[in-house]
Design a protein around this ligand. Structure first.
Ligand SMILES: [Fe+2]
Length: 241
C-alpha cells in the first residue's frame, strides 16, 4: 500500500495556510506535524484534511489553544502523539515532542536525556507485544528534535538527541519525521540511515510517499474499523473520536 503523507513543522507555510488548501494536492492519507507550530494552524489543517492528523509539540509551547472556558487545551481534530504509541488509519506511530534541554526555561518543551530515555522506555513493553504480532512494531517515529547525524544542528539548542537516536536504532521504523532544524542550514531534507530508516526534516512542508505492508493482521483490521485509536505508554486504550 503506497500512502501519501504531508509533513509540516516550524513555520506557518503560505502554501498550506491558504483559503483553498488542500486543493492542488493529491488525496492525503496522513498529516504529520513535527512541532513548533501554533495551535490555530494545527486546527486549520485538521479541519481541512479528511485523514488522521497527528502532532507532537515543539520547544516553544505554542501548540495549545484556548477552549470556550478559557482553558489551554490541545488543538481540536488532531491526535497528540507525545509519549504514545498510536494507531491512526493504516499507520502505527510513536511520538516524542520537545527538544534536548538547552537552558533553564521550564515550559515543558525541553527534556533532559534521562527524561527522554524514561519516556520512551515506558513504551517499550507495548512495542515488544506489538513485535510479536507484526514484523515491525511501528511504521513512523514522529519527533520534534532530530537524532544525531546529518540533520542535527550545529548549535547546542538544535543538537541531535542521543536518546532519540538510540530508540530509532533499536526499532528501525520505516520513516522518522522531525522538525526543529531549519532548512536554511543547507541540509538535505531526507536521508537514509545505514539500517534503512528514512529520516525526513519536515521544516515548512514536505510531501512524501510511504510503502506500507499490504497484509493487515486481524487486530489491525479491527482497530482500523473502529476509526482511530491511541495506546498510551501504560497500555491503556483511549478512543480519540
Ligand atoms: Fe524547535
Amino acid at each position: 500500500m503506497r500512502k501519501r503523507i504531508l509533513a509540516v513543522a516550524d513555520m506557518v507555510h503560505p502554501y498550506i495556510y491558504r483559503d483553498t488548501f488542500p486543493s492542488g494536492l493529491e488525496p492525503l492519507d496522513l498529516v504529520l506535524i513535527a512541532g513548533d507550530l501554533p495551535g490555530y494552524y494545527i486546527e486549520f489543517i485538521a479541519t481541512r484534511c479528511p485523514c488522521p492528523v497527528v502532532f507532537v509539540h515543539g520547544n516553544h509551547g505554542e501548540e495549545k489553544v484556548k477552549d470556550y472556558l478559557g482553558n489551554m487545551v490541545d488543538p481540536g481534530g488532531a491526535i497528540n502523539a507525545h509519549g504514545k504509541f498510536i494507531r491512526a488509519g493504516d499507520f502505527s506511530i510513536v511520538g516524542w515532542g520537545g527538544a534536548p534541554r538547552y537552558n533553564e526555561r521550564n515550559d515543558g518543551g525541553q527534556y533532559s536525556g534521562m527524561e527522554v530515555k524514561l519516556g520512551l522506555a515506558k513504551l517499550e513493553w507495548g512495542l515488544w507485544l506489538e513485535k510479536r504480532k507484526h514484523s515491525t512494531p511501528f511504521d513512523i517515529f514522529l519527533t520534534h528534535a532530530p537524532p544525531p547525524g546529518p540533520h542535527a544542528g550545529k548549535d547546542y539548542a538544535h543538537r541531535g538527541c542521543k536518546e532519540i537516536g538510540e530508540f530509532l536504532a533499536r526499532h528501525q521504523p520505516a520513516l522518522m519525521v522531525h522538525g526543529h532544524v531549519h532548512a536554511y542550514e543547507g541540509k538535505k531534507v531526507e536521508y537514509q540511515t545505514d539500517f534503512g530508516s528514512r529520516i525526513v526534516n519536515a521544516y515548512g512542508y514536505t510531501l512524501l510517499e510511504l510503502e506500507l505492508p499490504s497484509a493487515e493482521s486481524t487486530v489491525q483490521k479491527n482497530i482500523r474499523a473502529s476509526s482511530q485509536s491511541v495506546f498510551v505508554a501504560s497500555d491503556k486504550q483511549v478512543s480519540t473520536d
